[in-house]
Design a protein around this ligand. Sequence first.
Ligand code: URA
Length: 215
Amino acid sequence: MAYGKWEQLTCVEHPLVQHKLTLMRDIQTGPKEFRELLRELTLLLAYEATANLKTTPREVETPIGKTKGEIISDKDVVIVPILRAGLGMFDAVLTLLPNASVGYIGVYRDPETHRPVEYYAKMPELKDKDLFLLDPMLATGHSAIKSIAILMNQGIAEKNIYFLSLLSAPEGIDEITAAYPRIKIYTASVDERLNEKDYIVPGLGDAGDRLYRTK
Ligand code: URA
């Protein structure tokens, strides 16, 4: 926790993460490998992001004897991908927390106002849950901020939101942390900046297009 000037940010610098991220950035990497790498990277980010989930003690009988173990109540977890690139991440988190509930948020950028507009939101019960919000690219932060507002309107506490983004721009981190100082952000890289089209530099291009070969 705490990276650069941001208290709420964890940047996962593990060699496996950096290796897979480098392969994902490569313009030569095709959609099949890109999807596989995003899934693997999400498993690694989620490993870090779940480090403080509550556990309850449980006695367990092994073939040799009894011992005390710890159990996560993953029914108290909600996973929310932001459409559409977040869809490339949710299956990995659901693999780790198979009894979690899944909600979906769709936000688009209004071409005139440039503000984020909600077009879809389907949520399970959020009160008292831990929530993993997923979007591989934290660029301007506008869609994440809009999504967090939607989630908080439906009863989630800010401190229980974990935002997982593969790549983050400093501008987006500044925006989110100013608006929501208590959410926690996990990323694999803080890149240099946004360009004039709000793409992350050096980034990896358009994550949705690379996942689903739409360009
Ligand atoms: N969304 C993307 O897919 N890529 C960027 O660089 C920025 C936003």
